[in-house]
Design a protein around this ligand. Sequence first.
Ligand code: HBI
Ligand code: FE
Length: 278
Amino acid sequence: MQNATTPAFDISAKTHNPNAGLRGNYARMAADYTVPQQMDDYSAAEQSRWLRLVERQLALIPGRACSEFLGAVLGNPALDMRRGIPDFAQVNVALKAATRWQLVGVPGLLPDDVFFTHLANRRFPVTVWLREESEFDYIVEPDLFHDFFGHVPMLFTPIYADHLEAYGHGALKAKQLGGLDWLARLYWYTIEFGLIRQQGKLLAYGAGVLSSPKELLYALESDVPARLPFDTMRSMRTRFLIDDVQNTYFVLDSFEQLRTETAPDFAPYYESLRAEGA
Ligand code: HBI
Ligand code: FE
């Protein structure tokens, strides 16, 4: 289901060697790839860029973001992004109380097993650098805005927070079973580009959709992409495009559905996907 020109790009391949041509300063990171967030490092230009990114996206999400995301962004003072670039340490006080998750600063994309080990320990890696002005409308790699605006609000929702920890454990197991590329597709079509139907309305919960003005409108309103009922195996058979809008989106009926569909042991799934050559 992908166009012939853009080869399917598997993000996990890109992250096997995080230092290969990626941004961010990996020189001073800890053994677990975390770096301190230096609030004084952000320039006035970056603070202004952050605010413009936030204002633009806040104007688009009412009626397009799921209720849990909207509730967190508009209702939780710890997530008032209009005050400027958030201090992870301050957000962590509220986040820990809400779902026992913590944000950790990272220099950028991490090797899969490092990333998943953080998730399995309820630590969400948030990139500390912000995109350049020239990338205002689009950036391929996750930056501070994508990670914080797109991913962090959902961490305040317990059922989602539990799923993400379970996903981290599952991904570490998948790596042992050779199933990581398939499970990466599941992550892509849920955590990154997932849609959900709530009170009959099609809404977004995926971070890649919620943090992109173009993709938010396209994923919900364009008649080009396929929108399929969420199906674990089908999502793991569907290759994704890392540097373009998606051809296919998967729609949940509820977050309960995501939890129950991903509760079973995935080993048999990997066996049949391997047999199919998916
Ligand atoms: N590293 N910092 C960071 N952020 C990600 O979203 C990320 C990563 N490394 C691996 C990875 N994602 C992928 O393997 C998952 O999206 C499946
Ligand atoms: Fe992301």
